[in-house]
Design a protein around this ligand. Structure first.
Ligand code: NAD
Length: 477
């Protein structure tokens, strides 16, 4: 079904929206499990019924192929909903906590209360998935939500607003706009902010949150390294890297950003990568504008940025191993592989976020750890190879938000794994149970019994008898 061509720019008032949601706080926050489930089921039904509309909107924004939308936008969200529907009773159930000796006589548990009114700000690269996915966790945890999707994908953002209108009453609101609107919204004292976007804007969000001491989950980006050891199966490795890198036109936060490959197998890997990229994304042996499995760069600003990154790498001595048509008007950027890239090329210093893959070689294994640790902690780290000793050295001596061994990007959709970054690549975790926790206040509740309590031993006056009692407690308990 086609999406309206006319995009209405709404100018909502952030304060009014926040206040309206705050009014709903009590109703939403005390919602029973049945009500939460009802909301999630309604959302699931809407998504399944409107799959074609979602595909049409995302296609209109950046020509993402329909099947790719199914796999990378719709399935991760429906998976999140089903996971929540199956496990919500278990997630919401208070966790009993054992008493230690000094707490004998008490009973304790951790309850999971909704944080309240939450803000979700999302990016353009998976515009449906990264807006509605966090909303699922937010609703599962029993909150009201204000959602601000990206201004760079206006068709998808408009459809999300329509979806919210059709599915929810007034416990969820959508506001469409860019930086100015986001700034206005961020001034409100939300109970939690879930932000997905660049580390630069993440810092702005965290500063604004600090004004109200609002908790944050920051899902950010960075340069995710991909290490290829000589013990790797080159064919499998190339196929999986080609998929993880050029999916969504390389505009994936966890795409392998650059390859670190052992010198001796570089040529073999590049030959295989070229062949796999063509097989996966090409038609009749080549990747052209007609290729139906290959998307587009989001806008001209990013197109120019990517072109500059590529030119800079070539000027600094990089060797173009794979390239093709690069046309600004249709924002078509053929997959690019560049070898012999010096570490001071921009492509090795900035997050690429597009279809350019630099290949850097190493001789000694220690060089790999040095290169990774010379950059801020990445969102993901990929290791291809069967050499356990080297693999463990890389894992133990570097830090990353997540790791995937002998594959790429799969860790994102695993329903039982937490997803998130570390420091520059993010703060906090999301998905499944971890998403539920991000939007919940883990509230400890301790229940004391009547009459004598062990804690009386520590009440004043601080007599010598009490001092004598404290000695063994400090020593042995
Ligand atoms: P961005 O940071 O430019 O924008 C993200 C959102 O922030 C948008 O909704 C935008 O309107 C809003 N925004 C922009 N300026 C703002 C300001 N000054 N104050 C408040 N809000 C503002 O990011 P992007 O270009 O949309 O997305 C690309 C980045 O997102 C990359 O760095 C990528 O790695 C990262 N990313 C991370 C994840 C993850 O899960 N960790 C997922 C996707 C993308």
């Amino acid at each position: 079904m086609p999406v309206d061509t006319e995009i209405k720019v709404e100018l909502p008032n952030a304060k009014d929206a926040f206040e309206a949601l705050s009014q709903k706080r009590a109703v939403v926050n005390y919602a029973s499990i049945d009500n939460r489930r009802k909301r999630l089921k309604k959302l699931l039904q809407w998504i399944m019924k409107n799959r074609d509309r979602i595909k049409a909107a995302v296609y209109k924004d950046f020509q993402k192929p329909g099947v790719e939308v199914d796999v990378t936008e719709i399935y991760p969200v429906t998976g999140e909903i089903k996971q929540a529907l199956t496990h919500l009773d278990q997630w919401m159930r208070p966790t009993k906590v054992d008493a230690t000796i000094t707490y004998l006589g008490t009973r304790s548990e951790i309850r999971y209360e909704p944080k309240g009114v939450c803000l979700i700000i999302s990016p353009w690269n998976f515009p449906f998935n990264l807006s509605v996915g966090p909303l699922v966790s937010c609703l599962a945890a029993g909150n009201a939500a204000l959602l601000k999707p990206s201004e760079d994908t206006p068709n998808t953002s408009k459809l999300i607003a329509e979806m919210v209108d059709e599915v929810f009453e007034d416990e969820v609101m959508v506001m469409q706009g860019g930086k100015e609107l986001a700034t206005e919204i961020l001034a409100m004292p939300f109970d939690h902010i879930f932000f997905t976007g660049s580390p630069g804007v993440g810092k702005i969000v965290m500063k604004a949150a600090a004004e109200n001491l609002t908790s944050v989950t920051l899902e950010l980006g960075g340069k995710s390294p991909c290490v290829v050891h000589k013990s790797a199966n080159i064919k499998d490795t190339a196929k999986r890297i080609a998929f993880g890198k050029f999916l969504n036109n390389g505009q994936t936060c966890i795409a392998p950003d650059y390859i670190l490959v052992e010198e001796g197998i570089k040529n073999k890997l590049i030959t295989e990568l070229k062949s796999q990229v063509n097989k996966l994304f090409g038609e009749e042996g080549q990747i052209s504008e007609k290729a139906s499995s290959y998307g587009r760069v989001i806008n001209e600003r990013h197109f120019d940025r990517l072109n500059d990154l590529m030119q800079d790498a070539i000027e600094k001595g990089g060797k173009l191993e794979l390239s093709g048509e690069i046309r600004k008007a249709p924002r078509f950027f053929h997959p690019v592989i560049i070898s012999d890239v010096p570490l001071n090329a921009r492509v090795m210093m900035e997050e690429i976020f597009g279809p350019i893959l630099p290949v850097v070689t190493y001789k000694e294994e220690s060089e790999v750890i040095k290169v990774i640790n010379s950059k801020p902690k990445p969102l993901a780290l990929y290791f291809f190879g069967s050499d356990k000793k080297f693999r463990e050295a890389v894992l133990q001596q570097t830090s990353a938000g997540s790791v995937c061994i002998n594959d790429c990007v799969l860790q994102f959709t695993h329903p039982n794994l937490p997803f998130g970054g570390v420091n520059n690549s993010g703060i906090g975790k999301s998905h499944g149970y971890y998403g539920f926790l991000a939007f919940s206040n883990e509230k400890p509740v301790l229940k004391q019994k009547r009459g004598f309590a062990l804690s009386y031993f520590f009440y004043p006056p601080f007599t010598n008898r009490m001092k004598a009692l404290i000695e063994p407690i400090l020593r042995w308990l």
